[in-house]
Ligand binder design. Structure first.
Ligand code: SP5
Ligand code: ZN
Length: 341
């Protein structure tokens, strides 16, 4: 049976809102997602994450980003505002040829490390994000030659080496892939089936050939998050050329073409001879999900799980998105039932 790794800190992160088109809206990456998923996994063996050091975390993220996430909430206290929201972004358009300095004011630093207005930081955000990293690392500790699922919340695949965004703070899947490399696996594949492109994971491994990244997602060129990444011509740079594969899909795409894209990705990963697998398991491509226009059914999630077993290597599946609370648990469960081998 697939083992479930979880963290008691997952619900400490309460984003409270997201700032969307300038307005404060409720947001969908809510703490209630944890209970919705757990309710469908109750009969599976559970393992609580153990605390790990930060060596692997610092291999995939800049120390400055990690320090910022650890400290920004306490520095925000003087403002009397309930969440950290950036207001000023030091884009290349603002800086031109100038160096990126560390600003003195916390409200200015907020936009140095965060690239959107949807990803708020509150009192429990660091604790939960760091707990999700421990979930990923614990999964790698226990996977052996089997399949493990980590209930990582907050999700991670939009967090780049140096910035957070897209409801993600620390990149759990990247941490797992790096830990699998450190454990002796020569070539690790990350397959990302979340409805959105995992721009953070792609960024972290873009110049590397030892960690492959492949994603099926709604086409950013059709107007969908993350808008600036996830196009088919992004194939890697330098030594990483050929180790990145994007399969963007039209809004409205259903089971057949979604599964075809997954089959292409599996063929690509098997030809590359990967000896360990991380699955970024977002279930927000589902038909009822409020955050994506893909129309994938629960049966297709089961089938995706079954297809992925063909790779036949140690597999760590980590939770990413999935926002329709009534179906969230059964979508995750269907995928894990497919992955059972
Ligand atoms: C991990 C993950 O799935 N992150 C997805 C972030 C995508 N959110 C971008 C769109 C935000 C707009 N939210 C308003 C929804 C109105 N239905
Ligand atoms: Zn998503």
């Amino acid at each position: 049976m697939i083992r479930v790794v979880h963290s008691p800190h997952a619900t400490a992160h309460v984003p409270g809102a997201e700032i969307w088109l300038g307005a404060r809206t409720p947001g969908t990456e809510v703490a209630e997602r944890v209970a919705a998923i757990e309710s469908a996994l109750a009969d599976l063996p559970h393992i609580e994450a153990t605390e790990h050091g930060s060596d692997v975390l610092f291999a995939v993220h800049d120390q400055d980003l990690v320090r910022h996430l650890r400290t920004v909430w306490s520095r925000w206290g003087e403002y009397g505002m309930d969440r950290v929201v950036p207001y000023l972004f030091p884009t290349s358009g603002m800086l031109g040829a100038l160096p990126l300095r560390e600003p003195v004011a916390p409200h200015a630093a907020a936009g140095r490390y965060c690239y959107d207005t949807m990803t708020l930081v509150g009192p429990g955000t660091w604790e939960a994000a760091r707990g999700a990293v421990d979930v990923a690392l614990t999964c790698v500790d226990i996977v052996a030659d089997g399949v493990v699922y980590g209930l990582t919340r907050p999700p991670g695949h939009h967090a780049t080496r140096s910035a957070y965004g897209g409801s993600c703070y620390l990149n759990n899947a990247a941490v797992a892939a790096q830990a699998l490399r450190n454990a002796g696996h020569e070539r690790v594949a990350i397959i990302d089936i979340d409805a959105h492109h995992g721009n953070g994971t792609q960024d972290i491994f873009y110049a590397r050939s030892d960690v492959l990244y492949a994603s099926v997602h709604v086409d950013p060129g059709a107007g969908w998050f993350p808008h600036y990444a996830g196009f088919a011509d992004e194939v890697g740079v330098g030594p990483g050329i050929g180790a990145n594969l994007n399969q963007p899909l039209e809004p409205g795409t259903g089971d057949m073409r979604w599964l075809d894209a997954i089959i292409d990705i599996i063929d690509w990963v098997m030809r590359a001879d990967a000896d360990a697998l991380v699955i970024s398991l977002g279930v927000d491509a589902a038909i009822d999900d409020p955050e994506s226009p893909l129309q994938v059914t629960q049966d297709a999630y089961f089938r995706a799980g079954e297809l992925l077993t063909a790779i036949g290597v140690p597999t760590v599946a980590l939770q990413e998105g999935g926002y329709h609370l009534p179906t969230l648990g059964s979508l995750v469960r269907a995928t894990l039932d497919g992955l059972e081998r």
